[in-house]
Design a protein around this ligand. Structure first.
Ligand SMILES: [Zn+2]
Length: 120
């Protein structure tokens, strides 16, 4: 396993029209938009698409707007999201999500992410 280690969040909230919010016991909150999650889908197929230089989303025939039709926790280490185009093979490990959040905070200086109160 080459995934960064991270504890499971204490709370996981999926807003099927907007995005995913994770809260950890240490008070850290990470928010991700649906598009951000979909575009960075970690499954092998989407990774291949990105390596080709193509866009994972939107793809030809993709439903709009993007929605999550469901989600399932995977063991203690991540979450899988089912998208409204039927795609559901990506597993978003907690460590990966936390690393994305850290990278974004370093980039934008906004710890709340794109949907945070700082952007209102
Ligand atoms: Zn994928």
């Amino acid at each position: 396993m080459d995934l960064p280690e991270a504890p499971a969040p204490a709370a996981v909230e999926l807003d099927r029209d907007r995005g995913l919010t994770l809260r950890w016991d240490d008070g850290h909150v990470a928010r991700f938009t649906l598009e951000e999650l979909r575009v960075n889908c970690p499954c092998a197929r989407c990774r291949e698409v990105r390596e080709r230089g193509d866009r994972v989303w939107p793809h030809p025939g993709a439903p709009a707007p993007l929605r999550a039709s469901g989600a399932e926790l995977v063991g203690g280490w991540g979450i899988t999201i089912r998208w409204n185009d039927g795609h559901d093979t990506g597993i978003y490990a907690w460590g990966v999500l936390r690393a994305w959040d850290r990278a974004r905070t370093a980039r934008t200086g906004d710890p709340d992410g794109p949907d945070g109160p700082g952007d209102a």
